[in-house]
Design a protein around this ligand. Structure first.
Ligand code: TA6
Length: 299
């Protein structure tokens, strides 16, 4: 559907605007009473969330090419229907195929309290069968207000059961990664991807002084990112998620990645709401699962 048709069908004056930017990216601009957001149609990818009077909670690389075929670096990639590398096919798209494909706009709603809700859908197609044998539908609901609420519902719409791993892979904007700490995971076990998935236990808050790539397991805890350089704290609460991923590539790996911009790694931390690693969702035909995250500035 063209961006003009989307605007005619789903635009809401002063609140929801569908635009093609000068770089070719098709995006939805959302202006709610207490916050604003920007969502790319590719991947239903939230690229910005600014609570009223504040600064962006999300980081996007200045070097990312939003309109290109690859994944957007930053914001909140929706990793679905698998997280990280595919279980059997290393050549399959990392973090699933949904993050680089267009999603369908289902509805936009101006809610009574001043928040704005958008809903996007994505359905698997026959060409995905080589990587994913089931038939699934995803609905991503994005509600913008004082907080950013995300709900990712998965429905097994086919006749076969399937396994699902997934993430709301949020890149948070931080002033100085070396001074950030994350509370909420104290005492939690994690798989350390930097050390061949060694099983370890978190002592105290999470701090970053090297490459960190961890799947915290068996946790539904709320996490709070304390960012003294920006003088703020960000809280992430979640439901339908029994794992949390914390990732920052640090300098060396960032240099190899090539799309983070100069010193970009210093200015983001991923704290991801996931079902990842051993935390796998099994859906029988007709079953549904909902993964939810609420992201807000801590008052
Ligand atoms: O969530 C952490 C992680 O899986 C890391 O291992 C790292 O690879 C990161 O995601 C980024 O993945 P990407 O495919 O976007 O380069």
């Amino acid at each position: 559907m063209s961006i003009e048709t989307l605007q005619a069908r789903h635009g809401i004056p002063d609140k929801v605007q569908f635009v093609r930017r000068s770089d070719g990216a098709e995006v939805v601009k959302v202006t709610a009473d207490h916050g604003s957001a920007l969502v790319a149609l590719k991947g239903a990818h939230v690229m910005s969330f600014i609570p009223a009077g504040g600064q962006d909670l999300l980081w996007v690389s200045p070097d990312t090419f939003v309109a290109g075929p690859g994944a957007i670096r930053g914001g909140i990639p929706v990793c679905w229907p698998w997280f990280a590398t595919h279980q059997t096919d290393a050549a399959a798209p990392a973090h699933g195929f949904a993050r680089t494909e267009p999603w369908v706009v289902q509805e936009t709603v101006a809610l009574p309290g001043g928040d704005v809700r958008l809903a996007f859908t994505f359905a698997t197609r026959p060409e995905h069968q080589r990587w994913f044998e089931g038939s699934a539908e995803a609905i991503l609901t994005v509600t913008v207000g004082r907080a950013l609420n995300l709900s990712l519902e998965t429905h097994n719409s086919g006749g076969k059961p399937f396994h699902l791993t997934q993430a709301l892979h949020s890149y948070f904007n931080v002033g100085d990664i070396a001074r950030v700490s994350v509370a909420g995971l104290e005492g939690t076990e994690y798989l350390d991807k930097v050390e061949a998935f060694a099983r370890k236990r978190q002592a105290g808050p999470v701090t970053i002084d090297r490459e960190v790539d961890r799947i915290y397991v068996a946790t539904s805890a709320t996490t709070t990112i304390d960012d003294p350089a920006m003088g703020r704290r960000i809280t992430v609460t979640k439901q339908g998620s029994a794992s949390t991923v914390v990732w920052n590539p640090w300098a060396e790996r960032a240099a190899r990645m090539g799309d983070l911009g100069p010193d970009g790694w210093r200015h983001f931390l991923c704290v991801e709401t996931t079902n990842a690693g051993p935390d796998t969702i099994h859906l029988a035909p007709g079953e549904r699962h909902i993964l939810e995250a609420q992201i807000s500035l801590t008052p």
